[in-house]
Design a protein around this ligand. Structure first.
Ligand SMILES: Nc1ncnc2c1ncn2[C@@H]1O[C@H](COP(=O)(O)OP(=O)(O)O)[C@@H](O)[C@H]1O
Ligand SMILES: [Mg+2]
Length: 266
């Protein structure tokens, strides 16, 4: 049924005039933010440091409540922790007392997936994120990049309906990053989940997203929502070589730049 690409898509996440002001702060972190994400699509959020990108994800995850406006998930207002969402936070909070294997398998254990199936899926994901040989290590024994990969596997393994990722590939080296980006693309193709991710990498935004939400400097507002019209499945190597890619890159870059450079702003 859902194989018809032209069918109207259901809404996954919607922000409606959302303003968030942290207690004791004299200006909002984000202001009057409205946008909508359809189910099964991938959305990148970009913007300068401190413009409220992590705040947006925290609101979507139900960890923060708007001061004004509303956040909806699947048409229902988010009023508590959003248990449909897997969240890879910027800090990558793995459980320090569990091994890599146990961290990755946690959600399956909670969902009472039988041990044999659990072990198989864990082994698969350990391979995908390149942690083979580190199954029995503890988070403190891993590098920052390895912890990040572990957190990504932990979020994706149970095929959540929406995944929120805050700068997921930030601390990874370029080669590992490209490999994981392609892996994530392939996965998204198969699973048709909804993905919202924050990135500083304009290339990554274009490779992975159907839409890019460009935020302005704090207090964060939505400056533009730019569609990325590339067909799927996508292959990063082919995308980079296309003319459309460089056009989109330039569009994004100028949007980004026009914000960073406001020398005579009060
Ligand atoms: N818990 C908090 N208490 C007070 N201010 C906060 C808190 N978290 C974030 N902020 C402020 O809100 C703004 C947006 O932060 P954040 O969403 O982390 O930005 P980004 O992820 O885009 O770098 C920043 O000015 C930041 O200092
Ligand atoms: Mg952040």
């Amino acid at each position: 049924m859902s194989t018809n690409k032209r069918a109207p898509q259901a809404e996954a996440l919607r922000f409606e005039n959302v303003t968030l002001e942290f207690p004791g702060s004299h200006r909002p972190a984000i202001e009057e933010v409205s946008f909508q994400i359809e189910r099964g699509t991938s959305v990148a959020v970009i913007g300068p440091s401190g413009c409220g990108k992590s705040t947006l994800l925290n609101l979507a995850a139900g960890l923060l409540k708007p001061s004004k406006g509303k956040v909806y998930f699947g048409g229902e207002e988010v009023t508590a922790v959003n248990s449909d969402a897997a969240y890879v936070t910027q800090q990558t909070d793995l459980l320090p007392w569990l091994t890599v294997k146990a961290n990755i398998g946690l959600a399956l254990k909670f969902r009472k997936v039988p041990k044999a199936e659990r072990d198989e899926r864990i082994a698969h994901w350990i391979g995908v994120v390149g942690l083979t040989g580190f199954e029995d290590h503890y988070p403190r024994e891993l590098s920052g990049g390895m912890r990040k990969r572990c957190a990504i596997a932990r979020a994706l393994i149970y095929e959540p309906s929406i995944v929120l990722m805050d700068e997921p590939f930030g601390p990874l080296d370029a080669i590992t990053r490209l490999g994981l980006q392609q892996e994530l693309l392939n996965l998204w193709q198969e699973q048709k989940g909804t993905l919202v991710f924050v990135t500083h990498d304009l290339n990554e935004a274009i490779y992975l997203a159907d839409q890019v939400v460009v935020m302005s400097e704090g207090p964060g507002t939505v400056r533009r929502v730019l569609p990325i019209p590339f067909e799927r499945p996508r292959t990063i190597g082919t995308l980079i070589e296309s003319h459309e890619f460089s056009e989109l890159y330039n569009d994004l870059w100028s949007l980004f730049r026009s914000d960073a450079k406001t020398p005579d702003a009060a």
